[in-house]
Design a protein around this ligand. Structure first.
Ligand code: LLP
Length: 419
């Protein structure tokens, strides 16, 4: 089970430690729910993914996984840029010190403000629709990519497949070709092509097929338009393990395969070797994050035992949205025999607010701490104030030190929004 946790996780004297601090002292100091990020895991994963793309390639963090200035800054120190998909995410990246070529701007409905911010930053923008060519030229953008959907259906939850025909993202090949030629005609520097197959991909099948089709499409562009894609941005999508039963290949291995496959496919089509960009989100920050919850009510019913925690779908809506399965460790009783099969419920007024359907724990007691691993991506990023619940805090831990990287909201913060 510890292999789902960050690299610095260990159990000492029966207690879970993260970054050299016990979960209990972190919970005591910062309150719960609390998302604890391990700096060592973030840096190690950043370095490994950077190495996978090699010297010529680039890695842009999919900021949507957890938009946070401290994390963006730390990743920048490791040579990682940011993929931003809104003016808000762009502002986070700027606040972290990223600029120009360290950014790539996305969105299936970018507004003029985002495009003009991108132009001011001189950041490359991924065009997602035919109409955007004109907007991009009017905004004074210099460098663009065109996002193409090549009709590959990835094997993941239907809410997070994106590369199929009929997707709300990108352009089918014929329209993408027109966007490239219109862009060139308007004087844009069309750097290359972008694809993103889907998220939490279970294996490499859909990406391999997409890359193969991408090379064929790039060859068509060269033959028909005399234009060569010098950059291929393969998006994100590598999965992580959230649960011991989940078998997901290592993202660094997949990133290496993606780069190799793209180079080989372009070479086979007699195209120049492309510069490969990747946009990992979950696989960069997911395993680094652990959420700590405090156990409150315990209800033993003939059908099942409910263990309720002080958070739930407001800080992690992934079980409801994607049928995501998580597991938990009783953080301060980590070496006690686990023989009680329970369900972990959230505290929200909704029967569907179940964080974990089945987990075996040492017989839970009110006040226990539960640590839920692999919650660094798309949890706080998608959190809400359902039931008027303030969003949790996040801390970064390393070598026995913890730093607050996002403060806990208060009810006063929420009331302050009401005039
Ligand atoms: N690039 C683009 C253009 C994207 O749309 C995404 C994710 C990424 C990169 C990063 O993908 P990743 O490496 O994290 O899979 N909320 C969902 C995931 C939505 C992903 C949206 N796009 C979830 O919790 O599973």
């Amino acid at each position: 089970m510890l292999d789902l946790f960050p690299r610095s996780a260990q159990v000492a004297r029966g207690e879970l430690q993260l970054g050299g601090l016990t979960a209990a002292e972190l919970a005591e100091r910062f309150g719960t729910p609390l998302v604890v990020y391990c700096e060592e895991t973030l840096r190690a994963q950043a370095r490994a993914l950077r190495a996978a793309v090699g010297d010529g390639g680039r890695v842009f963090y999919g900021t949507k996984a957890f938009p946070n200035v401290a994390v963006l800054r730390l990743l920048l120190e490791e040579g990682i840029g940011a993929d931003v998909a809104s003016a808000g995410e762009l502002a986070f990246a700027r606040a972290a010190g990223l600029s120009g070529p360290e950014l790539v701007v996305h969105g299936n409905n970018k507004d003029e403000a985002l495009l003009s911010d991108a132009a001011a930053e001189r950041a490359p923008v991924v065009l997602d629709g035919a109409y955007e060519v004109e907007l991009a030229a009017d905004a004074g953008l210099e460098r663009v990519l065109v996002r193409v959907t090549l009709g590959v259906d990835a094997d993941t939850h239907e809410a997070i497949v994106t590369g199929h025909h009929g997707s709300k993202f990108g352009l089918p090949p014929a329209e993408a070709k027109t966007a490239v030629s219109d862009g060139l005609a308007r004087g844009l520097h069309v750097l290359g092509l972008h694809v993103h197959v889907g998220s939490q991909l279970p294996d490499f099948t859909a990406q391999a097929e997409t890359i193969r089709r991408l090379a064929a499409f790039a060859a068509e562009c060269r033959n028909e338009l005399g234009w060569e894609a010098r950059v291929v941005d393969l998006g994100g999508g590598f999965g992580i393990r959230h649960h011991a039963d989940e078998d997901v290949p290592d993202a660094v291995v997949l990133a290496t395969s993606a780069v190799g496959t793209a180079r080989a496919a372009f070479a086979a089509a007699a195209l120049p070797e492309p510069v490969v960009w990747l946009e990992p989100g979950r696989s960069l920050v997911g395993r680094a994050g652990v959420t700590l919850y405090r156990v409150g009510a315990i209800k033993r019913l003939p059908e099942r035992t409910w263990v309720a925690v002080d958070g739930g779908m407001s800080d992690n809506p992934r079980p409801q949205l994607y049928d995501a399965r998580y597991t938990a460790l009783s953080a301060a009783r980590a070496e006690e025999d686990a023989d009680d099969l329970v369900s972990v419920a959230g505290m929200h007024c909704e029967s569907g607010d179940v964080l974990i359907d089945d987990v075996v724990l040492p017989t839970p007691r009110r006040g226990d701490l539960l640590a839920v691993p692999a919650t660094g991506a798309y949890t706080l990023a998608m959190s809400s104030n359902y039931n008027g619940v303030p969003r949790p805090a996040a801390v970064l831990v390393r070598d026995g030190h913890a730093r607050l990287i996002r403060r806990r909201e208060t009810v006063d913060d929420l009331l302050a929004l009401e005039p």
